[in-house]
Design a protein around this ligand. Structure first.
Ligand code: AMP
Length: 278
């Protein structure tokens, strides 16, 4: 496994390969878990060369406390990537990607970025798209792998490649969960065992929606709100029912469109998100 700290080393190495070879790219912020590894394994299956980046991108954090708290486990991450036979890891320092004082670029993703993460984390998607566009321009992968865990991000990245007029194929990978149902997240490492048990309410509410779709959206919304009100340490930020293709709020199921329920909640100051496609 090759590890590069600069884009120059990375691209020089990539240029030694036959241009016919397919390149799979998985961007991550590290603190890797089996959800991330699932993306790399898909890349390994589908592409000749698999690259994983580990970079905690400052421009996508609207809250500096969240950025400072973000777990850093590089040594363990590299061991995990070696185990799944990742070919290349790119772990740049910030100045390899951003000029001094550079801010996020302004994108227009319309309704895709207006609600949920776009509403509660202002600037988040501009920061995310800024770094993903930079990575895509450096690596020019054949396919790039993203988790459905960050559903809105996945839909925005699909829109980004269209805006870039790029033919990079964006592959969405279903959410990997712990046996309990809790979605795997780097942030779970900040939670005690008890907090993780309490956080199960999120996936339980999502499953309730799948199993009781016939109740209709407003009843399901009431159910989720009241379940969170009863919980002691979980604070619901949003529970939104949206159309999958536009990430726009829906009040009723749409026969012609798939829908998703997306939840964001805080537990002991740790922000968790999860969703389910219905
Ligand atoms: P992050 O390091 O949190 O930025 O995540 C890097 C990539 O891994 C993103 O595309 C995430 O959607 C994906 N990912 C994170 N958690 C999971 C999970 N539990 N299952 C599948 N993919 C995930």
């Amino acid at each position: 496994m090759k590890i590069f700290k600069t884009k120059t080393e990375l691209t020089t190495y990539l240029n030694t390969f036959d241009s016919e070879k397919s390149v799979g790219f998985t961007p991550t912020m590290g603190a890797l878990h089996s959800g991330h590894l699932q993306l790399i394994e898909s890349s390994k299956r589908e592409c000749d060369i698999s690259i994983c980046s580990i970079f905690v991108n400052p421009t996508q954090f609207n809250n500096s406390g969240d950025l400072e708290k973000y777990p850093n486990t590089l040594k363990a991450d590299l061991r995990k990537l070696k185990k799944v036979n990742c070919d290349i890891v790119y772990t740049p320092f910030i100045d390899d990607l951003y000029a001094k004082g550079e801010k996020a670029k302004e994108f227009n993703f319309g309704s895709l970025a207006a609600s949920m993460e776009g509403e509660y984390r202002p600037g988040h998607f501009n920061g995310m798209a800024t770094i993903v566009e930079k990575f895509f321009n450096i690596i020019n992968p054949t396919k790039a792998f993203f988790g459905q865990k960050d559903l809105q991000q996945l839909q925005i990245v699909k829109a980004l490649v269209k805006q870039m007029q790029s033919d990079i194929e964006i592959i969405g990978i279903p959410t990997i969960r712990e046996g309990s149902g809790l979605a795997k997240s780097s942030r779970n490492s900040l939670l005690s065992a008890n907090a993780k048990t309490e956080a199960l309410l999120i996936s339980k509410c999502l499953n309730f929606c799948t199993e009781n779709k016939n109740l209709g959206i407003s009843e399901l919304q009431k159910y989720i709100k009241s379940a969170f009100e009863k919980s002691r340490n979980l604070e619901l930020e949003y529970a939104e029912f949206v159309s999958l293709n536009q990430m726009k709020e829906i009040k009723e199921w749409e026969a012609e469109n798939q829908s998703a329920v997306c939840i964001a909640a805080y537990i002991y100051g740790v922000r968790l998100i999860d969703n389910i496609i219905l």
